[in-house]
Ligand binder design. Structure first.
Ligand code: RP5
Length: 153
């Protein structure tokens, strides 16, 4: 994530990864304020065994794009909600990548944080049957928790 101020939102991502029993590391590395740290994180990620990078940033959100430029690993971007048009700036900065360097952009804020974990799980599930099983179980549990009838007024 780009800032400590993103942590509350990205804890939703961590909680979802915990539920799926998927290991992760959480770091603050800003494309703007700590560019060397962001560079080092991305360039060492594959060698350290990471499989997917989830990059959360707000405002002029370059973190996911910078990560994607520096590693062949799949990068999922989570735009943080913000004061300018609710965070539309971060959404556009994260998703509108030039061809050649893709970022899989999630929805904004906590919805995107949870979906990033689920999308990462889906990527990992293509080559890991245990994760696939846990992801399917998660989806079944989620479906079972949705009532068929709306609450009475
Ligand atoms: C971005 O700027 C961060 O990802 C954060 O969402 C936003 C604001 O950062 P702070 O000023 O709260 O540290 O780099």
């Amino acid at each position: 994530m780009g800032s400590a101020s993103d942590a509350d939102t990205m804890r939703k991502c961590a909680e979802t990864l915990d539920e799926l029993d998927i290991g992760y590391e959480m770091k603050i590395c800003s494309a703007h304020r700590t560019p060397q740290r962001a560079h080092d994180f991305a360039t060492t990620a594959a060698g350290r065994g990471l499989k997917v990078i989830i990059a959360a940033a707000g405002m002029s959100a370059h973190l996911a794009g910078v990560m994607a430029a520096l590693t062949h690993l799949p990068v999922l971007g989570v735009p943080m909600e913000g004061k300018l048009a609710g965070g539309l700036d971060a959404l556009l900065a994260t998703c509108n990548m030039p061809k050649g360097i893709p970022v899989g952009t999630m929805s904004m804020g906590s919805h995107g944080a949870v979906n990033a974990a689920l999308f990462a799980a889906a990527i990992l599930a293509t080559s890991d049957k245990d994760i696939q099983g846990r992801l399917i179980a998660f989806r079944e549990k989620q479906a079972a928790a949705v009532p068929e009838e709306p609450p009475s007024a």
